[in-house]
Design a protein around this ligand. Sequence first.
Ligand SMILES: C[S@@+](CC[C@H](N)C(=O)[O-])C[C@H]1O[C@@H](n2cnc3c(N)ncnc32)[C@H](O)[C@@H]1O
Length: 298
Amino acid sequence: MQTAARSLARSTPHLRSLAIRRSHTGPSRDSEGTSRTTHFGFKTVPEEKKETLVKNVFDSVASSYDVMNDAMSLGVHRLWKDDFVSSLKPGVKGPLRCIDLAGGTGDIALRILDFARENYADRETSVDVVDINGEMLKEGYKRFKKTMYHNTPQVAFIESNAQALEQFPDNTYDLYTIAFGIRNCTSVPDVLKEAYRVLKPGGTFACLEFSKVTNPLFNMVYDQYSFSVIPIMGSILAGDRESYQYLVESIRKFPSQPDFAQMIVDAGFATGGMHEGKGGAWRDLWGGIACIHKGVKV
Ligand SMILES: C[S@@+](CC[C@H](N)C(=O)[O-])C[C@H]1O[C@@H](n2cnc3c(N)ncnc32)[C@H](O)[C@@H]1O
């Protein structure tokens, strides 16, 4: 898993390959000694197996990820990512130190740096792009190679697990982003705990994730599209039906907007009120297909 990042590290000082600290070394057990399980899409699997299964998915989709993302969302993921980053206004109060988790493609990092530069002439904001998967990081690195940020201190690529960021000191970052990544992690509370720890007091946690469609009629259409069209697209465009079936299923298993907002509060963050929209803890995009949650470390 670390080979890709290592070879990239050799070719650039800005890609640091850090050891992946696995959250589980053996079977996880509850207080009665029973092996704990979690979901992998609609399947129930032992907790300690999920990370490898998710890794296999992203190893498999890494090279076709962008094409498939565009095809599946008809390009809309780009608009959601633009909206997500512009809502954070990176650079408005001066340069930021940012960490983008599950950031393999570099999509969010690039938008953060572009936004800060284009709107505030800020060339000091920096982003550490962190992902558990070396193949995904390689795709992000390739993308950045074509930009002005390549080989500058503004970006670094680091292989690590969002649930165990021990390599990163406490109180380090002004902004923590995670886009379409948290639902793939075995323990969402562990991810949030680590996000809280690495953020400075007053720092912002921001998550863009697929969520629950609130309108029942729209939900029916969306379900039909997700379960009938996306796996077929996966098989035609990427030769991989199963990985795309997992992606669709994992979206359905992710907590609802209020449940996820409550988890953010439980991790210690201050959020807006427990409702959608202005002044609320979350904002739905396209009727809840995707959703932005934010919290501030207090
Ligand atoms: C759907 S992709 C999203 C990539 C990018 N953020 C975007 O929006 O284009 C999900 C990413 O989460 C990463 N990931 C999954 N589990 C992770 C974990 N425990 N820690 C860090 N990254 C993880 C995968 O390797 C993959 O790159």
